[in-house]
Design a protein around this ligand. Structure first.
Ligand code: RIB
Length: 310
């Protein structure tokens, strides 16, 4: 099988709690519902790519625990190639996610086995004849930088989702073909707040000058901004009346962008397509299980176009 996309990143078992509000310091608060689901930004992005019909291989580490087995099963059930996932150490990565009434979430991750990935795992065959490699920032920084350099040498296109945001060396930044960050991550990388479309446009233009390729800054309900040349272009968000849970929305967006890149679709078309995918994902709880298949996205786009034309 020809692999379209390699995802080198995290697998977390997510513990999601739906609750009316966050507790205050020192307060014990009663949540509404507990959900346990496979997640992790790397695994989520791999699953969304696969649900859109891409051939995807994932590279990562889980622990020798019950969560590790479930994390691998979830990928395999979604047709992601799992032969480069190792089981090491006792504990898988864990995501603790608090989902509020608005659908907004906050999360804390426990690194676990995600940090047991080594340079020896990053073999040349991962990149040979692989059009696109995707990275996030939930595995060791040194491994990401090492793998980016190798991917570049072996001619794969490199998409980096610097989430959660952390420092990336300038010489590595210069090898990135697509940088995708949300407003918080963009603000961190630009060392200035990004609270508006205008600030996102300025930030995207500055970040574009630091990398090899194009920049996307996602802004939640304010849409997204791209910088592919000089200046930046804004795309409004897809209106979604039924927001339940935004966990993984950024990951499903990246799956949509990856699909378009593999299919040779320009970013200006890719962003509205990916935004529609995110909009589908936020109407259900969780990450991977909330992500749409390609026919669902095509249907949602048709509905949206017919609503706009009336
Ligand atoms: O992007 C959502 C993901 O972030 C969750 O699945 C959680 O595990 C964290 O990695």
């Amino acid at each position: 099988m020809k692999v379209d996309v390699v995802v080198i990143g995290s697998l977390n078992y997510d513990i999601l709690v739906q609750q009316d509000r966050l507790p205050d310091i020192g307060e014990t608060f009663t949540g509404n519902e507990l959900m346990l689901m496979p997640g992790g930004k790397g695994a989520n992005q791999a699953v969304q790519c696969a649900k859109l019909g891409l051939n995807v291989s994932m590279v990562g580490c889980v622990g020798n625990d019950i969560y590790g087995k479930e994390l691998i099963s979830s990928l395999a059930e979604n047709n992601v190639v799992v032969s480069h996932i190792a089981a090491r150490g006792n504990n898988s990565g864990i995501g603790i996610v608090q989902i509020l009434e608005s659908g907004d979430y906050c999360s804390t991750i426990i690194k676990g086995a995600n940090y047991l990935l080594t340079e020896e795992d990053i073999t040349d065959d991962l990149f040979e004849n692989k059009p696109l490699v995707i990275f996030q920032s939930e595995i060791p920084s040194a491994i990401v930088e090492y793998a980016i350099q190798k991917a570049h040498r072996l001619d794969s296109k490199i998409l980096v989702n610097n989430a959660p945001a952390r420092h990336i060396a300038d010489e590595t930044l210069r090898l990135i073909d697509y940088l995708v960050v949300n407003e918080t991550e963009a603000g961190f990388m630009h060392a200035a707040p990004v609270n508006s479309v205008e600030e996102a446009q300025i930030c995207a233009t500055h970040l574009k000058a630091r990398i090899a390729g194009d920049v996307i800054v996602t802004l939640g309900e304010k849409g997204a901004v791209i910088s592919t040349g000089t200046g930046a272009q804004h795309f409004p968000a897809v209106f979604c009346p039924d927001v339940v849970d935004t966990t993984g929305a950024g990951d499903s967006f990246i799956g949509g962008i990856a699909y378009c890149l593999v299919k040779g679709i320009a970013l200006a078309e890719a962003v509205p397509f990916a935004a529609e995918i995110s909009s589908c994902s936020i109407q259900k709880y969780g990450g991977q299980s909330s992500f749409p298949m390609l026919p669902d996205v095509v249907h949602a786009l048709r509905v949206q176009q017919s609503e706009l034309s009336h």
